[in-house]
Design a protein around this ligand. Structure first.
Ligand code: NAD
Length: 228
């Protein structure tokens, strides 16, 4: 993602002041942070929180796309607010997926009274992906839970209780990311699917979020970035 984001940012005329990866993580100092308008953080579940907290501490707006760390969301959000800093977080920066999120919410609202439909989800990614289910799948499940009265939990398993949404994770190369939400009744099935063809969509959305974050204070999602 770092390489894809760099390519989009340069193409849009931005300057990359520094690049941090696992080999030079110790070089990220206040002095370095002061040279930048915004940081874009796509590392992984085990490093995201410390990286985001460092940006917050340095007063550098941060756009994070790392997934698999949301159990620490409250701590990170509180730190951002306490420091009057800036965080944009999305489990998926693709503009198409964010439109898909809105369709998912609307569909859950429409299906709420029709109790003979059960909802389930599938997500397919490449075999290098470290977390399951995907952050995008968790976002989709949470949107369904907020809008469909009969579900209050999700489970990363094919089998589930009636109050749970089953999320099935498949790891197949070179899948870039497919998410399906299916409502099935004995009579028919209604499915919505988003398939990413390249990583370009994530990178374009992340750079858009960085442009948005550079002169804002607070905690935002792609919903605000895209004005949805
Ligand atoms: N939100 C989205 O739209 C979106 C899209 C794609 C991927 N992702 C997520 O972004 C993350 C990165 O994905 P990727 O495919 O680029 O992974 P990757 O493994 O190809 O790259 C991760 C990079 O992070 C660096 N890194 C690891 N630990 C670090 C640390 N402690 N400090 C600084 N840098 C560190 C590594 O050196 C590597 O360059 C994953 O969590 C993935 O699920 C999110």
């Amino acid at each position: 993602m770092g390489k894809a984001i760099e390519a989009v940012a340069l193409e849009k005329g931005h300057q990359i002041v520094f690049k941090i990866d696992v080999s030079n993580a110790g070089d990220f100092t206040q002095a370095l942070a002061d040279q930048a308008d915004v940081a874009i953080e796509f590392t992984g579940p085990h490093s995201a929180v410390q990286n985001i907290l460092k940006c917050i501490e340095y007063g550098l707006p941060v756009v994070s796309g790392s997934t698999g760390w949301l159990e620490e969301w409250n701590k990170v959000e509180a730190a951002c607010k306490a420091k009057n800093s800036t965080l944009v977080y999305s489990s998926n920066y693709s503009i198409g997926v964010n439109l898909f999120f809105e369709i998912n919410k609307q569909l859950a609202k429409l299906m709420d009274p029709y109790l003979n439909y059960d909802v389930s989800m599938t997500e397919i990614h490449h075999t290098e992906k470290k977390d399951a289910p995907s952050g995008t799948a968790i976002s989709l499940a949470e949107q369904i839970i907020a809008n469909l009265g009969r579900k209050n939990n999700w489970i990363n398993d094919a089998a589930c209780n009636p109050n749970e949404i089953s999320i099935r994770s498949e790891r197949i190369d070179p899948a870039t990311g497919t998410h399906t939400v299916a409502y099935s009744s004995p009579i028919d099935t209604i499915e919505i699917t988003h398939t990413a063809h390249t990583r370009q969509g994530f990178a374009a959305g992340a750079v858009l979020a960085a442009e948005f974050a550079a002169n804002k204070k607070g905690v935002f999602t792609m919903k605000e970035v895209l004005g949805l």
